[in-house]
Design a protein around this ligand. Structure first.
Ligand code: T1G
Length: 697
């Protein structure tokens, strides 16, 4: 057997055990080991064969690190062909998360027994792929078309109970002796002379409503995913399952799988899978850096951000003391949190009981004295440096010496906040994104004196509360908002030079952004940028054409969605955005004032200017050592700013476009638009001239 697969007889039951940490991925060694074990079982005394796994989970999928490398036999489809046709009864014993090729392996067995705590799923779509080892042909035959659509196009796992309801699992058990129970189950099957039932022989027919559902899903998925191709190919596979024989359907699945594998979208989404995991690793931190166990958290500011942050911690059982300046203010914050959870309960995300226990983890307070024993304080007060410095000075005098003091600031200088305390090594930034209880990105901002321990602790606790943490050095706007400035600048200039808000937003949304820049401004509130600009010098503000319209909209009371109008007019009921001629009147007047003659601007120019401005600033952030690696920047933009995962983030997209081509386009903008705005990052110039990859920077 291979070093990662063992095989032994338990009585008359053969047990294959895979032990390939960390997730028993179907590497070549695993595939070979299982194939050898199945071959051994042809002729030994076994009457049934079990496939089980050691460690925390059943096989969690094909080995993604092998993608793109020369294939090694046996391929997974070949292995599953051997399994599907094995002469002995085959049983898969599922625990943890049986995903992707792992679940497809289980589906090629005659029977599946699962722990009640186990989950099964086909998340390939999240990698821009489709289940490429028979999953698209077996699942519809077992679970029906509707179940298959949901499982494969969402990519979300389902629990063992739901899987059993869909006939994807045959038996659900409790206890921690899964292998023993699987052996007993196999013996039961043998004793009952149970048939070797195969998913491949189950019949499937497409009813008219199934067809209607598939067509409806195609349209919905195209809109929802903003152009991802894998979901469309999954629908093709499900149709093939119903219209072709099993073997023909497998061939069609293979053909479409290979199309996905070759699609740049999949390369981008696989890049994001590893980028998210890499972001959690801090290059400079010693392995033995002490991590503080965060059991009690204080949140200062019970507003939208503070309330959302409080929810993140309370939901994972960490006690929160939520502080604001008055009891009324805290009560208003708690009421808002309760309203948020009421919506979640109505949507079935939480039960009443779960909400009650979460809310019990939040203690309201209007006194900083109640923060004396907390392990971590996160300040989320008004975005003003002096106000934050006063808060931290007060905390410094109240909180226990080892307490960590974090600011949720979007822009303020962490070092200047830390200087207001006697413990600068305990001060850092934890920048959440609104709504804090929803958005996964969390920028952990390292101050000049932030200790290794509080950085490691912040990264760890961020993951515990379900966030995707990215470490940022200290600069204005950290990683995300620093890049947002040139992005927003170009959007504003396109508006001045000839485009409309609808054209700019439409171009970016058709390209893949979740929301165009003007609509984002309206969502966040144009007054936020207005107030931030008030604290900047004229030079820091940049050219007036890049912000005067936004200022004039705010001065006209058009703050965005919160005031019913900004760059757009908003339907008070549906919040649907509508073009508003009044905005173009402000644009025209500002153009006249600045002597700007408007022209026709193409969608292509809009997309190039905004995406290249973003990536160019990202390259400068790398040069300044603010981000650890280019892929961290991709994580920031895909998890915090609605950048499409199927483009892999601004830096991956830049390399997909081609750095030489991107540099040439930026040089064109420098000569035609503004040399000041289009100074290509040195890193990009070097890579364009000498070749190489951003990952090697
Ligand atoms: N291949 C290789 N490495 C993997 C892996 C995989 N499938 N899954 C996880 N890892 C690594 C990961 O990079 C990390 O490494 C470590 O394991 C722990 O992961 C033919 C083609 C299973 C829910 O998409 O969803 O099958 O950083 O930090 O939070 O149809 O990992 O420690 O060096 O995520 O506990 C389909 C992907 C593949 C599942 C566990 N399967 N994995 O989460 O740990 S395509 C997937 C996950 C496929 C077939 C197709 C999660 C997890 P490192 P982690 P976790």
């Amino acid at each position: 057997m291979s070093p990662v697969v063992s095989y032994a007889l338990h009585g008359n039951i053969g047990v294959i055990s895979v032990d390939n940490a960390p997730v028993n991925a179907l590497s070549h060694a695993v595939r070979s080991g299982i194939a050898e074990a199945l071959t051994a079982a042809y002729s030994d005394a076994s009457q049934a064969v079990i496939i089980s796994c050691a460690g925390r989970t059943f096989i969690a999928g094909a080995d993604i690190t092998e993608f793109g490398k020369p294939p090694q036999e046996p391929s997974l489809p070949d292995l599953l062909e051997q399994l599907d046709n094995h002469p002995k009864i085959t049983v898969a014993a599922l625990h943890g998360t049986a995903l992707g090729g792992g679940f497809e392996t289980a589906l090629s067995c005659n029977y599946r027994i699962a722990l009640a705590s186990a989950k099964v799923g086909l998340p390939e779509v999240k990698l821009g792929l489709l289940p490429g080892a028979g999953g698209t042909q077996r699942v519809p035959r077992l679970a029906g078309v509707e179940g298959a659509i949901s499982l494969m196009t969402t990519g979300n796992p389902i629990n063992a109970k739901k899987a059993a309801e869909l006939s994807l699992v045959d038996r659900v058990v409790n206890g921690d002796d899964l292998v023993a129970q699987a052996v007993a189950y196999a013996e039961e099957l043998v004793a009952a002379n149970a048939p070797q039932k195969q998913a491949r022989t189950a019949q499937i027919t497409l009813t008219d409503s199934d067809r209607a559902m598939l067509n409806q899903q195609r349209t919905q998925l195209l809109k929802k995913t903003r152009g991802e191709t894998a979901p469309q190919r999954i629908i093709d596979c499900i149709e093939a399952a119903a219209e072709l024989g099993f073997e023909e359907g497998l061939r069609r699945e293979r053909e479409l799988f290979m199309e996905c594998m070759a699609d740049p979208q999949s390369a981008a989404m696989r890049h994001m899978f590893f980028a998210e995991r890499a972001a959690a690793k801090i290059n400079s931190l010693p392995k033995d850096t002490p991590i503080v166990d965060i059991q009690r958290v204080g949140i200062i500011g019970a507003g939208t951000m503070g309330g959302g942050i409080a929810m993140c911690f309370a939901q994972v059982g960490i006690h929160v003391t939520l502080v604001d300046m008055s009891e009324d203010a805290v009560k208003a914050g708690l009421d808002k949190i309760a309203k948020n959870y009421a919506i979640s309960v109505s949507r079935g995300r939480f039960s009443e009981a779960q909400v009650a226990s979460i809310m019990a983890n939040i203690t309201p307070s209007s006194s900083y004295q109640d923060l004396a024993e907390v392990d971590l304080v996160i300040e989320a007060v008004f975005e003003n440096l002096a106000v934050k410095q006063e808060v931290f000075k007060t905390l410094d005098g109240i909180c226990k010496p080892c307490a960590i003091l974090a600011s949720n600031t979007s822009y303020q200088n962490i070092d200047e906040i830390a200087a207001a305390t006697s413990r600068p090594s305990s001060v850092l930034g934890m920048h959440f994104f609104s709504p804090a209880n929803v958005m996964k990105l969390l920028e952990v901002v390292r101050g000049a004196e932030s200790s290794d321990s509080i950085i490691a602790t912040a990264m760890t606790v961020s993951k515990k509360i379900g966030k995707v943490p990215v470490l940022s050095g200290m600069c204005y706007g950290f990683i995300g908002n620093r890049m947002l400035r040139p992005y927003s600048r170009e959007a504003a200039l396109c508006l001045m030079e000839g485009a409309t808000p609808a054209q700019i937003d439409g171009a970016m949304e058709r390209w893949g952004m979740a929301m165009g820049p003007m609509a984002v401004g309206d969502l966040a509130g144009l007054d936020i940028g207005y107030k931030a600009r008030e604290q900047l010098t004229e030079e820091q503000k940049g050219e007036p054409a890049s912000y005067l319209v936004a200022d004039r909209l705010v001065e006209a009371g058009r703050l965005g969605q919160k005031s019913g109008a900004g760059y757009y007019q908003y339907d008070p009921e549906t919040r649907r955005r509508m073009d508003d001629p009044a905005v173009m009147e402000i644009v025209a007047a500002t153009c006249a004032e600045l002597g700007i003659n408007r022209r026709t601007i193409s969608d292509e120019e809009i997309v190039d200017r905004l995406t290249l401005a973003l990536a160019n600033e990202g390259a400068k952030i790398l040069e300044d050592g603010i981000a650890q690696r280019a892929s961290d920047i991709d994580v920031v933009y895909c998890y915090g700013y609605g950048f499409p995962r199927f483009k892999g983030g601004p830096m991956h997209n830049l390399e997909a476009v081609g750095i030489p081509r991107a540099v040439a386009r930026m040089e064109e903008f420098a000569s035609k638009l503004s040399a000041q705005n289009w100074q290509t990052a040195k890193t990009l110039q070097e890579l364009s001239t000498n070749g190489g990859k951003l990952a090697d920077v």
